[in-house]
Write a protein that binds this ligand. Structure first.
Ligand SMILES: Nc1nc2c(c(=O)[nH]1)N[C@H]1C(S)=C(S)[C@@H](COP(=O)(O)O)O[C@H]1N2
Ligand SMILES: [Mo]
Length: 313
């Protein structure tokens, strides 16, 4: 049999994304039918965000449904319940929006969200998301590597860490009344983690701009770390010399560390991290084994060579 010309093979990534586009078109033709009203309303106002599928970052796992991705959320600014973000996040104002990139940089500046979105080519990537609460999802994000933005401001040699500061909108965020977190929600990465190509600046999900509850208009996604590292609705990115005091470390340093790498061998003090529940599989479905670095060990293990990951949790 003659070999098939490479040009005739549709990479799985391209094929899947085309198929989803067709499904979306079909769903649009049918109307928003079964969606809860809040979801349907948010959906109608969210423009499509065309992006090239990146086969390098593509998983064949079954994707979590768009409905689950946008209705089962952690976004404490809107409350601690999983459906609070869906219920309350619509009030958050996402336009106009600027992100200031400052600190240890030769060319600090702020970016209007429309310019930021166009700074690099948008890609669609499917990532695992593993929450520290031992549930997980498989999500198609749209964005590009955060490194593309950081390079624009030229980090100085003193830039050892990156701090992410998220938005605070009193009046629009009913969760701010809970003083669990000393707002704003702050997260951070070591500079080499932030520059790693897997670390993604995210503007969209499921081929459309982000719903507010997923961190509109821009958030990060760091797939080898527990979900709390991925700050949503970013307003400031600071390059700093010292390790930032991040929100969860401040609340409970014995339970949550700065690194927060997904690690089935290092339990949370109050529960195991060895397995996870895939959202959408049903409560009684068998749990899935959690993978070291959430399945991204080949790409990121070298960042932690020689480090004691039990101590640096
Ligand atoms: N600003 C902000 N970002 C946040 C959070 C939050 O409460 N506030 N929760 C984190 C947690 S615990 C998780 S698991 C992820 C969830 O992202 P998703 O709801 O888009 O799936 O967002 C993270 N980013
Ligand atoms: Mo989480």
């Amino acid at each position: 049999m003659p070999p098939i010309a490479a040009s005739e093979i549709t990479p799985e990534a391209v094929w899947l994304s085309r198929r989803r586009w067709l499904q979306q078109a079909a769903a649009l033709a049918l109307g928003a039918g079964g969606l809860p009203p809040a979801l349907a309303a948010a959906d109608a106002s969210r423009p499509a965000l065309p992006a090239a599928p990146n086969p390098e970052y593509w998983l064949s796992n079954k994707q979590t449904s768009e409905k689950d991705v946008s209705s089962y959320n952690n976004f404490y600014e809107f409350g601690t319940g999983k459906t609070d973000p869906l219920e309350y996040a619509a009030k958050m104002q996402t336009s106009p929006w600027t992100v200031s990139v400052e600190g240890e940089a030769a060319r600090p500046r702020s970016f209007d969200i429309d310019d930021l979105r166009k700074l690099a080519g948008l890609e669609e990537r499917i990532y695992r998301l593993r929450c520290v609460e031992a549930w997980s999802m498989v999500i198609p994000w749209t964005g590009y590597s955060l490194a593309a933005l950081l390079k624009q401001v030229e980090p100085t040699s003193k830039a050892k860490y990156v701090e992410f500061v998220t938005v605070v909108q009193p009046g629009n965020m009913p969760g701010l009344g809970d003083r669990i977190i000393d707002w704003p929600y702050v997260e951070g990465l070591r500079i080499d983690e932030a520059m790693h190509p897997l670390t993604m600046l995210v503007f969209g999900v499921y081929g459309k701009t982000l719903p507010n509850q997923n961190g509109a208009p821009v958030r990060v996604a760091i797939p080898w770390k527990y979900g709390f590292k991925s700050g949503k609705s970013l307003v400031k990115i600071r390059l700093v010399e010292k390790m930032p005091v991040t929100s969860w470390v401040k609340i409970a340093p014995r339970e949550y560390g700065f690194y927060a790498n997904v690690n089935p061998g290092v339990p949370h003090p109050r529960w195991s991290q060895a397995t996870e529940r895939r959202i959408g599989d049903g409560f009684f479905a068998p749990r899935v084994d959690t993978l070291m670095f959430n399945g991204y060990a080949d790409q990121v293990a070298s960042l932690y060579a020689g480090m004691d990951l039990g101590k640096n949790y």
